[in-house]
Design a protein around this ligand. Sequence first.
Ligand code: DQQ
Length: 562
Amino acid sequence: MRKTVIFLLVVALGLESSSSDHHQPYRTAFHFQPPQNWMNDPNGPMYYNGVYHNFYQHNPKGPLFSNQMHWAHSVSYDLINWIHLDLAITPTEHFDINSCWSGSATILPGNKPVMLYTGIDSQFRQVQNLAVPKDLSDPYLREWVKYTGNPIISLPDGIQPDDFRDPTTTWIAEDGKWRTIVGSQKDKTGIAFLYHSDDFINWTRSDSPLHMVEDTGIWECPDFFPVWIDSTNGVDTSVTASNEHVMFVLKMGLLDHSKDYYLIGNYDYEKELYVPQNDLTLSTLRYDYGKYYGSKSFFDPVKNRRILMAWVNESDSEADTIAKGWAGIQSFPRSIWLDKDQKQLMQWPIEEIEMLFKNEVSSHNMKLEGGSLHEVQGITASQADVRIAFNLTNLEEAEILGENWIDPQVVCSEKDASYRGKFGAFGLLALASHDLTEQTAIFFRVFQNNGRFVVIMCSDQSRSSTKNGIDKMSFGAFVDINPQQEEISLRTLIDHSIVESFGGGGKTCITARVYPTLAIGEEARLFAFNNGTESVVISKLSAWSVKKAQMNVEETIGCADQ
Ligand code: DQQ
């Protein structure tokens, strides 16, 4: 009997990277990126009926940012392999004709997803719009319908037309009202305007913003979400604010610095008050101390966790970007939760990465004398996940940290990987060429300061490529651990042109973009190194090759006879 069945045809697009693709050596294997052209912020990530959705800012016509931004759309069953879909939200109406900028998803009661997003209207004002899926029975929610009464939130009086954007995932409090915040600024004071609504259509601005801080400039892509104080699980955004077991994170992207900062605090919805435990300054906590911006988190009910995704921009020149035909990748999705001491968030690559693992290599208790190297062999060093932990003794020999100690980035720039301190530099040399001409060094230095030990983590890109015209700035940050009591651990995801590192079990993260010319594909090598004068012990080293994910598969629905 002949039977007609619907089948899904999955076709890989031509631009995908492979470890031996010398035409596109900077395409990634397991970090999300579109088939081609420009991408920036992740938009409205969500889980709905078995499918993860990844929308993102996209210029479908070229590899540079444009004044006609769209929402592109990919879906996944595992956050690893992604199916590429048609554009989801495009600039077509008076309320978004000049661009569809960033926004967020909310799953309303009755399991109904909705999107709030910023439109740039026909008069170049930033306004907030609502869109809903056209057909909830479509498993991929391919088509989105804009509410005809948009904008649902107009530009407030006294705010510049280009200073009002990026509505968050909304939350509902005990009074039954929905709330969202929108990023803004007035006279350089960064603002999170708070709006509430009974029906999701009519929104009223609260008298006071949820939070604002002078001299911080516009706040982009704010995010506001609860975290458990006593669990690593995630919390749905609408968990009641009066729950004694949660604190609230407010994240803001500071455009003037292109960096995502966050505060941890308490939120009283009745007083409409958010009280962070610290002030926002440039030494406030950051999600990542390297390249990492426009991030957005969402609650994943499948694994009861909060997941964070972000845009990782290029560091190469505009000419290089045009030549390669694409720009922008996403960080590998991270689970985030509040650290036990409630002082900072912890971040860790989601466990699904393990489905791509092959060729594990490991070693234990290996002494690295000062000035020595150990090559990690047996894996593909251009596509790898590496975990290493260092034990230090004789810490009383550590150098005294001088007056620059306030800014670890300065320490990392002045004392790059080649500088021989006592404890440090020690760590990993990723994407290294055979002769070490090219290398990206992720490493630690340990100092003494006022009777305590200070651990600084650095990512040194100064030798990452023989090419010129690339931003090779070093990154650095403190790691809040006591090396007398615990090992100094580092986990690094290496993926052709991205090196994403997690120090202290996820307390400090640094992401770098690099463009090696020698250490590409099979030519790349990986080393553990100790360039300090004191020896260190590698208590454990594990590394895996990471297989290529199905990153840009195109899905076509067709019919087949069987
Ligand atoms: N990117 C979007 C804006 C957002 C900025 C435009 C942050 O909505 O403020 O592409 O990277």
